[in-house]
Write a protein that binds this ligand. Structure first.
Ligand SMILES: Nc1ncnc2c1ncn2[C@@H]1O[C@H](COP(=O)(O)OP(=O)(O)OP(=O)(O)O)[C@@H](O)[C@H]1O
Length: 480
């Protein structure tokens, strides 16, 4: 779905354009004068502006820059009179994206819109200069940076976004960040969990109803679509919508119109849709339980949030953010965390992702209510038990295997191919790196005579990184 503005003083032409554009599933506004058009473009978040050349209050071409300067920097399509090749040439030379001749067929309009949107998406993707406010999103890993770029791209338009990722990876948080970075920030952000929409109540919850429309409808209800008018509707767990509800929902996305239960007239709502799921929608399509046409409509922009275990480098940042936050909420002095606490966080797989990490921080802080520092034994019991099991299971075979694989000796390595505990390449590499780091840091301490600045210079590491490494290896850093 895109936001489109048509500026033409031919009111019948405007009506026809609005009808056709809406039928293509986009939102359309029309105005009849140049200055009204400029003012709308500056206030709105349009993706495309169809602009007539000769308007009662001026020439569209001479004001192209004003449209391009609007915050959403829309693509401009000039509407030229029939048989006016010079007009078309001037339009393109002046920076319009395209032109169409009036009257235009529905196919021409459709093609022009889809080409302009494709162009716009590519342009937004490659524009890395935009900065977004993170609104609490923590993480500096390459994967999170990539997701932030997608947020920047999504925030500049009203195109549908699908966010996928395991539970607790931050889908709702990212959806909210898109909303807050967009032109819609001042309008409602409505969250609905599709798991809790029963099929029988779906239409009433989405479209709203009038008092008396059915037994129990004791008052008018707006419904989610109207509540989200001009704002963002975030549909969580979209994969849980039943097939009949998917069908009515698709109809609304296509026509942008719906009729609240018991109402006579159809309503329109200009919501921006962001949906999310932790389910595999493509697999559901092959199983016949999710509509392909709906899927493609939902995922005009697709953001996949990686699980925490694929971006472990974000864990120290998350701890540095959440430990003081949690302590503040508990009204206690903030706590430090030990190297073994951090190591445990890095060892654990976090199946519940950031949500589980935040809960673990909460539990650890309350377990350590009388201590200044968090240690492994403050962690929730299930996590400690899990780590202990993992360690006992793997220690013997694993350590020998790692030693055999990483040994400097030229002796024939022991073969572990028959065991279940053959270490992964990543584990072996981590073990070697850990050993090397620990040895290096101790030597560095001696070499730099505990002069932190010198240690940074010699090692070529930043203060923050060096400090982090000392913490990881539980090496006390009493530098002068
Ligand atoms: N990158 C992040 N930075 C900081 N906090 C995060 C991040 N990702 C998630 N969180 C926190 O983790 C918790 C869960 O996030 P959220 O509800 O957005 O996840 P979700 O993917 O929508 O989960 P679900 O699929 O279970 O609905 C929230 O407390 C959120 O603040």
């Amino acid at each position: 779905m895109a936001e489109i503005l048509v500026i033409d003083d031919d009111l019948i032409f405007n009506e026809v354009m609005e009808e056709q554009i809406t039928r293509l599933g986009h939102d359309c506004d029309t105005v009849a004068s140049l200055y009204k058009g400029i003012s709308r473009a500056q206030k709105g978040a349009y993706d495309i502006v169809f602009l007539d050349v000769t308007l009662p209050d001026g020439n569209g071409l001479s004001e192209l820059q004003a449209f391009k300067n609007a915050a959403s920097a829309p693509e401009i399509v000039i509407l030229t009179g029939y048989g006016d090749p010079e007009g078309a040439e001037v339009a393109i030379k002046n920076g319009a994206w395209d032109y169409i001749q009036k009257p235009a067929s529905i196919t021409t309009i459709q093609l022009t819109i889809s080409r302009a949107l494709r162009f716009r998406l590519t342009k937004l993707q490659s524009d890395s200069s935009r900065t977004v406010v993170r609104h609490g999103i923590i993480g500096n890993s390459a994967k999170i940076k990539e997701c932030m770029d997608h947020i920047a791209q999504a925030a500049t338009s009203s195109i549908n976004v699908l966010i996928t990722g395991d539970t607790g990876t931050g889908k709702e948080m990212f959806a909210k960040a898109i909303h807050l970075n967009s032109k819609r920030a001042g309008k409602p952000f409505i969250v609905a969990d599709c798991t809790s929409i029963p099929e029988t109540l779906a239409e009433s919850l989405l479209f709203g109803h009038q008092k008396g429309a059915f037994t129990g409808a004791s008052a008018n209800s707006l419904g989610l679509f109207l509540q989200a008018d001009e704002g963002t509707l975030f549909l969580d767990e979209i994969g849980d919508l039943s097939l009949p509800v998917q069908k009515s929902f698709l109809r609304v996305l296509q026509e942008r119109k719906f009729r609240p239960l018991g109402a006579r007239e159809e309503k329109q709502s200009k919501f921006r849709l962001i949906s999310a799921t932790n389910r595999h929608l493509e697999k559901m399509i092959t199983e016949g339980v999710f509509r392909k046409d709906l899927y493609y409509r939902l995922r005009a922009i697709h953001i996949h949030l990686p699980p925490l275990r694929e971006r472990m480098e974000d864990i120290p940042l998350l701890l540095d953010y959440y430990i003081p936050k949690v302590c503040e909420e508990m009204d206690i002095k903030t706590k430090k965390y030990s190297g073994e606490f951090l190591n445990a966080c890095l060892e654990y797989d976090w199946p519940g992702n950031v949500r589980e990490l935040v809960n673990a921080v909460n539990n650890s802080c309350s377990n350590a209510i009388n201590d200044n520092e968090l240690f492994l034994y403050h962690m929730p019991l299930e996590i400690r038990a899990h780590l202990a099991k993992k360690k006992v299971n793997s220690t013997v075979v694993h350590d020998e295997a790692i030693q055999s694989i990483t040994s400097n000796s030229h002796a024939e390595p022991v073969s572990y191919t028959g065991t279940d505990n053959f270490p992964t390449y990543k584990e072996s590499r981590r073990a070697v790196v850990d050993q090397m780091e620990s040895r290096y840091l101790r030597e560095l301490l001696k070499h730099s005579s505990r002069d932190f600045k010198k240690a940074c210079n010699v090692s070529g590491l930043s203060r923050a990184r060096l400090y982090e490494l000392f913490k990881k290896h539980s090496i006390s850093v009493k530098y002068h």
